[in-house]
Design a protein around this ligand. Structure first.
Ligand code: G3I
Length: 306
């Protein structure tokens, strides 16, 4: 399997998967999650709409189950995600005052992180805050608080669980360009202001044949002085054998990229089997097919880690 001790021998980098009730409640997924994965990220259960659907009223059933599952098997958890413009309940978007929104962010961050204090390796504190041109995305958070919403969230996060690694997470950080430069510049400003931040998550939802720039880009992100993690890896493809071979090569390239960059702490794939991918089964983006048979992509990752 992809898990320890082979991975530990390669520098203690974890290999994880998104998981949630739809996988930890399914026997074949549990078998794979526990034999091949060393870390879990809740795909939806810790998001704002799932945890605080109305103001000050918290629900943790599915998040608790995921954390308990990880603890029972001695696995890491990446918490995902505290402040994001998507899967945000409408009551947050109707807030009109900066002071009120500040209190709401602090209460949300503090409540989630305090509940799982000591049980979460890393949190995606802020998710997808950048536009493709590297500027700050418009959201209720940026409209009322500007970039300072990021500072507010990270400061509350550090106070709530000082041992947790705090990440900013985004997609399309796979190649040089305006978004990567924007992220590097943003992290520079955050660090200059003393904002407590430990890592950059690069989601790595990529298309076939686009893995070649990832190692250099991971190094660009790591040059900020932060850890980096590949947080939501999948490679959109199809089930043709030519594409499966290319996908296997791409997965191996991504795995080797993380192994080659000292500050890359690990890789998370965004699900177990193609059956349950957010991209749909036809995109066949993961390591197991819809019948839970290992694909060439699995072999590619496994070879990279061996
Ligand atoms: O919970 C409801 C359920 O009650 C309802 O019956 C069902 C009917 O459609 O919908 C369920 O909600 C869905 C939810 O997943 C839980 O399954 C939403 O419709 C669906 O939109 C949602 O999709 C998730 C998506 O984030 C939403 O933004 C995907 O599962 C999840 O993989 C995806 O993950 C995101 C990361 O968090 C951030 N980066 C991008 C990544 C891919 O979009």
């Amino acid at each position: 399997g992809l898990l320890d001790p082979k991975i530990k021998a390669k520098g203690k980098k974890y290999f994880g998967s998104a998981a949630d009730p739809g996988t930890i409640g399914v026997a074949i997924d549990v078998t794979i999650l526990t034999s091949d994965y060393g870390a879990y990220t809740p795909e939806n259960s810790m998001k704002w709409d799932a945890t605080e659907p109305s103001r000050g009223s918290f629900t943790f059933t599915n998040a608790d189950a995921l954390v308990a599952f990880a603890q029972a098997h001695g696995r890491l958890v990446r918490g995902h995600t505290l402040v994001w413009h998507n899967q945000l309940p409408s009551w947050v978007s109707t807030i009109t005052s900066a002071a009120d929104l500040t209190t709401v962010i602090q209460n949300h961050v503090t409540t989630l992180m305090a509940r799982y204090k000591g049980k979460i390796y890393a949190w995606d504190v802020v998710n997808e805050c950048l536009n493709e041109d590297g500027t700050l995305r418009s959201s209720v958070f940026s409209r009322l608080l500007g970039e300072n919403f990021i500072d507010i969230a990270f400061k509350a996060a550090r106070a709530a669980d000082p041992a947790a690694k705090l990440y900013i997470n985004d997609f399309n950080l796979d190649a040089p360009g305006a978004k990567t430069s924007g992220m590097v510049a943003l992290v520079g400003r955050l660090k200059a202001r003393g904002v407590p931040i430990d890592g950059i998550g690069t989601q790595t939802h990529i298309q076939l044949g686009r893995a070649g720039t990832i190692a250099a880009n991971l190094q660009t992100l790591a040059n900020t002085g932060l850890d980096v993690a590949i947080t939501e890896l999948d490679i959109a493809s199809s089930t043709s054998s030519a594409n499966e071979a290319q996908q296997s090569a791409d997965y191996a390239t991504v795995a080797r990229a993380c192994l080659a960059v000292a500050r890359c702490v690990g890789i998370t794939t965004w699900g177990v089997s193609d059956k349950d991918s957010w991209l749909g089964a036809a995109a066949a983006p993961l390591l197991w097919d819809t019948n839970f048979v290992r694909k060439p992509a699995y072999t590619g990752v496994d070879a990279a880690f061996t």
